[in-house]
Write a protein that binds this ligand. Structure first.
Ligand code: F6P
Length: 749
């Protein structure tokens, strides 16, 4: 009602202004019309009397002229008349002729200019005002036989024109007033009906029905987006608090209706190995991906499709390659896929780890692309995609694809299950477009990834690089505002989801206190009780900067002789991808550097670097984290690096210092670490010294801040955010699908 009132006031005010402006224009126009009429009339009257006037113009007495002029003034509107001769002298005038008008005053307007003799005289009209009202004075030349005798001046009453003007104006005002009222009423009625129609359409939309009016269609998307956003935000808010396995599970139930999650990842979370004595052992691989995803799968249940790489894997699975895990607390299924030696060589070692791995990491290794490897990559991607499709139990399942091993699988899955929600997380960096352009199959890789509903990276800069690549190498639309790529009418969202750890980390339950760990590690390594311990934990990979790390340790000892014999750096190095030449080279060079430094600074049983090249199970790794004074993560390039986060998770005692490479994704989150450039040996050595001499208070302060961050930004949040985004997308796609179907149904044309 208030809205209508406001609208009406606005309408009336604007119509009022319009009316005033119109009436001013009407007044001016009517005045011009009336004056024009009076002028014409004057000229007609004089022209009717011209002959008589001319005949008596030069009479000695002016009787006849007076009579003629008096006859002219009989016209009701002509008040007075006068005759002026060619010398501008007054010949005669009617008695009422106002003295304020004279022949000499008017003459110059009627006569031709002085320097143009022979020109005709002209008619001149002049508005004036007398005490009785406005008048028009018309001066009209009188000619006889081509000679101008003089001119007649007529004074005409214009007050009747004013009267007419006032009447016209009144009429215009009334007409406009009525028009304004009618227009307002019609507008209000139309607005009301339109508003009602819109409201009906919005209600239909909110109920998930199709809009009926075509002009409404363009706003459907906006309204739907808004409703979606509000719903998800409200629900997420209601759940509130920290992200836990329970909350993740709840999110899955609430937003995704508890739908089964299928994960596709090359590395399996549990590897069964046959030992030389014939027994079977199970180990957890050294893999950040597994560290992060295992807890998520435990919380969500579902199926993890992976390469069965263990020597006893087949012996413990069923016919379909299934085995429930984790052993003893079975909560999800591991589906193992068997690869031939050639497949593993071409797809895993070849294309994935000699091609894509060095392509995506800035670590000075040359990517090698072989056509044969590409064929295997394609083939194995298809096999994993098929396996994932076999594991789902609906037409629109949720499938999470992990890492660079499966860039093609998303599109393959999409082709089989067009309605699936396919999410991919790329665990390593994504290079810029120039570097990515090196790959001969760059287009195919990007096309494959656009089969995803969402593609996730650790950082926004990797997202930007990805969109830059898509923009440069594919025909599609890149929406930088929405961070999405649109191809063939389908959108792939590109989002950053920094990965993290479960919180608290489960292994800590089985690991002794920091003091006990320290005592155990000191004894194990034969170190003195006051020894200072540095630790590094990695797969033996050239991207991890292990050589650079050891050089920093060397520089530290070189510059600080008091630390020799006291500081020991323990490197736990899990052998990795050893069939690849570059990894074998790394293995050798690390051995050499270690031997050289130990030779240089070792004394008796003291060795500054202890290199443990072996697989270590998580509880063992956590013992070392807890025993250490400093942990140095020196990656030359790393998507995230979970070792840094694991070290922090291990330190419930709030002691120890993290020295962290600026080239890890973690560096932008763990800002209280000592951030270094691993290529700068002096800087890294100085940071190690700072760490070793840092006061317990400062250690505590830094640890506390970073641990609080990790408690909140844990892996449940990582997965939760992705699933909530997926849920939102699903809801939107379902709605769009339904709306489209209904829309097409209602409008078959
Ligand atoms: O960093 C990339 C990554 O896939 C990690 O997610 C994982 O920690 C590591 O590589 C494992 O490598 P692989 O499976 O080849 O041993």
């Amino acid at each position: 009602m208030r809205q209508t009132f406001k609208f009406l006031v606005g309408l009336v005010v604007s119509l009022g202004i319009l009316t005033l402006a119109t009436s001013a224009v009407v007044q001016r126009t009517t005045r011009r019309w009336f004056e024009g009429e009076v002028r014409l009339r004057a000229e007609l009257v004089v022209s009717g009397a011209r002959e008589t006037l001319a005949a008596h113009w030069n009479d000695a007495d002016h009787k006849d002229l007076d009579r003629t002029l008096a006859g002219i003034t009989r016209d009701q509107r002509i008040m007075a008349a006068a005759g002026c001769n060619a010398d501008l002298a007054l010949l005669t005038s009617t008695p009422s002729f106002p003295p304020s008008f004279s022949c000499t005053q008017t003459g110059p307007h009627v006569m031709p200019p002085l320097n143009t003799p022979g020109q005709p005289w002209s008619v001149w009209h002049q508005s004036a005002s007398l005490p009785g009202g406005p008048v028009l004075v018309s001066s009209i030349p009188i000619e006889n036989e081509g000679r101008t005798l003089g001119f007649v001046m007529l004074v005409q009453d214009l007050s009747f024109a004013e009267l007419r003007e006032a009447r016209t104006q009144r009429f215009v005002l009334i007409a406009f007033g009525i028009l304004a009222l009618v227009a307002s009423a019609v507008t209000v009625l139309v607005a009301r009906f339109t508003w009602r129609g819109w409201r009906r359409e919005i209600n239909r939309l909110a109920r998930g029905e199709a809009p009926q009016r075509p002009e409404f269609q363009p706003i459907v998307r906006d309204v739907r987006d808004l409703v979606e956003r509000i719903m998800v935000e409200r629900e997420t808010e209601l759940e509130g608090g920290a992200w836990t396995p329970q909350r993740l599970k709840l999110t899955l139930t609430r937003h995704l209706h508890g739908e089964k999650v299928v994960i596709v990842a090359n590395r399996e979370p549990y590897i069964h190995e046959r030992q030389s004595d014939g027994s079977i052992t199970m180990r957890h691989p050294a893999s950040g991906l597994v560290t992060a995803l295992e807890p998520v799968m435990q919380a969500c249940s579902g199926v993890w499709v992976a390469h069965g790489s263990g020597s006893a894997d087949r012996d413990v699975t069923d016919r379909r390659g299934h085995i429930p895990v984790p052993p003893g607390e079975e909560s999800y299924l591991l589906r193992r896929l068997w690869l031939s030696r050639e497949e593993e060589q071409g797809y895993y070692y070849g294309f994935s780890n000699e091609g894509l791995w060095p392509l995506c990491h800035l670590a000075h290794a040359r990517p090698i692309f072989r056509t044969e490897d590409w064929r295997y990559y394609l083939e194995v991607n298809q096999r994993f995609a098929d396996a994932a499709c076999e594991e789902v139990d609906s037409e629109d399942p949720i499938i999470l694809i992990q890492d660079y091993h499966f860039a093609l699988a998303p599109r393959m899955i999409r082709e089989r299950l067009p309605q699936a929600t396919v999410l991919m997380f790329w665990h390593i960096p994504w290079p810029n477009a120039e570097r990515f352009g090196i790959c001969p199959w760059r287009k195919e890789l990007l096309e494959g990834m656009l089969g995803n509903s969402i593609v996730g990276f650790h950082t926004q800069s990797h997202c930007n690089n990805f969109m830059e690549c898509v923009d440069r190498y594919l025909e599609c639309r890149v929406d930088r505002e929405q961070n999405a790529v649109i191809q063939h009418g389908r959108a792939t969202l590109v989002r950053s989801y920094p990965i993290s750890l479960e919180w608290p980390v489960r292994w800590l339950k089985t690991v002794p206190s920091a003091e006990e760990c320290r005592a155990g590690v000191l004894a194990e390594l034969g170190l003195k009780p006051d020894a200072l311990i540095g630790v590094g934990v990695d797969r033996l990979d050239y991207t991890k900067g292990v050589e650079e790390r050891f050089l920093a340790v060397e520089r530290l000892l070189e510059r600080n002789p008091e630390l020799r014999g006291r500081f020991t750096f323990v490197q736990l190095a899990a052998p990795s991808r050893t069939l690849i030449e570059r990894y074998r080279e790394l293995n050798d060079s690390i051995e050499l550097v270690t031997a050289r430094i130990n030779e240089r600074f070792g004394q008796g049983s003291y060795q500054p670097i202890i290199l443990r090249k072996a697989h270590h199970e998580p509880p063992d790794v956590f013992r070392y984290y807890r025993a250490a004074d400093v942990c140095y993560v020196s990656s030359l390039h790393d998507g995230m690096n979970l070792v840094a986060k694991e070290f922090l998770a291990a330190r419930e005692d709030e002691r120890g210092v993290l020295v962290l490479s600026q080239f890890t994704g973690a560096a932008s989150e763990l800002t209280e670490a000592l951030i270094v450039n691993p290529y700068d040996t002096d800087e890294a050595a100085a940071a190690l010294l700072t760490a070793l001499s840092m006061s317990p208070e400062e250690q505590r302060e830094r640890m506390r801040a970073m641990r609080a961050y990790l408690a909140e930004f844990n892996v449940y949040r990582w997965a939760g955010r992705m699933l909530v985004d997926a849920a939102r997308l699903r809801r939107r796609e379902r709605l769009t699908g339904r709306l489209t179907k209904q829309w097409l149904g209602a409008n078959p044309d």
